[in-house]
Ligand binder design. Structure first.
Ligand code: SME
Length: 285
């Protein structure tokens, strides 16, 4: 049996505090990262570290992944130790940094369990720093807004369909995107994109998260749909949802509804962006 293992000690800076402050989301990201690293998960334990932090450990057959976050400093401290020829700990590190939207990182990669055949073990360390290209989502939001503006001016007839496509195609945490149109006391489903059709093509205003967003006239974010009694279930994979009303003057004329398979997927960044998109759509009603 080979004794060599890779241990990554990672300081991730500039992380999105809403993401690294959310216990369920951090847990989800770390468990997914274990899949990316191609390792077997044995135990998962994540907790709130008061007041805002998250602490968690995943025991894997090849050792562990652990995390501690300080959202108030946009900082996450990560520690991943694996061995085995098939494990890819660097893939887990890169995935986590991307999901946390870290802007820079300091990494030490320690190769452990080295010996020269005499069963006396040592390790070697390399350390580096990187600025990260985290503005991916931010850049995508800017370019989608530009595109929606362009369509509104040049091709308003299919603006709603195209916007649904742009949102679905550009953001991997948007797993179902639809636009509902207000029709009397009901919401009627217009264009949508996702892997499955919903049965809920007509929703009474006042029912569901969709109805509540119209009744309240404001964006609703639901971090955990299972815990919200208003929620009308459409897809078993949905974990969180955002609904953004489309306002024309004082009237609500429709709404954008997005489901995510990721818990607590939607942050203020999504809300601000999607409210801008909704505003560009109002003339289509
Ligand atoms: N979940 C919504 C119903 C619409 S589906 O998500 C497409 C709600 O609670 O209103």
């Amino acid at each position: 049996m080979k004794t060599i293992g890779e241990h990554y000690i990672v300081e991730a800076s500039g992380c999105d505090p809403e993401i690294i402050g959310n216990v369920e989301r951090v847990q989800h990201i770390l468990v997914r990262s274990a899949e990316k690293a191609n390792v077997q998960v044995w135990a998962v334990s994540f907790h709130r570290f008061p007041p805002n932090g998250v602490s968690g450990v995943i025991v894997i057959s090849e050792s562990h992944l652990s995390i501690h976050t300080w959202p108030e400093h946009k900082y996450a401290a990560l520690d991943i130790y694996t061995c085995g020829e098939h494990s890819k700990p660097e893939d887990a590190v890169n995935y986590i940094l991307g999901e946390f939207k870290a802007t820079s990182v300091h990494i030490s990669e320690i190769t452990r369990g080295i010996d020269e055949g005499d069963e006396i073990y040592y390790h070697s360390i390399i350390t580096w720093e990187e600025e990260l290209d985290v503005s991916q989502d931010k850049l995508k939001m800017e370019s989608v807004l530009k595109e929606v503006k362009w369509l509104k001016d040049r091709s308003p007839d299919n603006l709603l369909e195209k916007t649904v496509e742009l949102l679905y195609d550009n953001f991997k945490h948007y797993n179902w995107v639809g636009i509902y149109i207000v029709d009397g006391n009901e919401l009627v489903l217009g264009p949508w994109k996702g892997s499955e059709e919903t049965e809920h093509k007509r929703i009474p205003i006042g029912s569901g998260i969709c109805g509540a967003a119209v009744a309240q006239g404001q964006t609703i974010i639901v971090d955990d749909v299972k815990k919200d009694s208003r929620y009308i279930a459409c897809f078993p994979s949905t974990k969180s949802e955002i609904v953004i009303p489309i306002k024309k003057g004082d009237r609500i004329v429709g709404e954008i509804d997005i489901d995510s398979d990721m818990p607590s997927a939607f942050t203020t960044r999504d809300k601000v962006f999607l409210e801008k998109v909704a505003d560009l759509l109002k003339e289509s009603f």
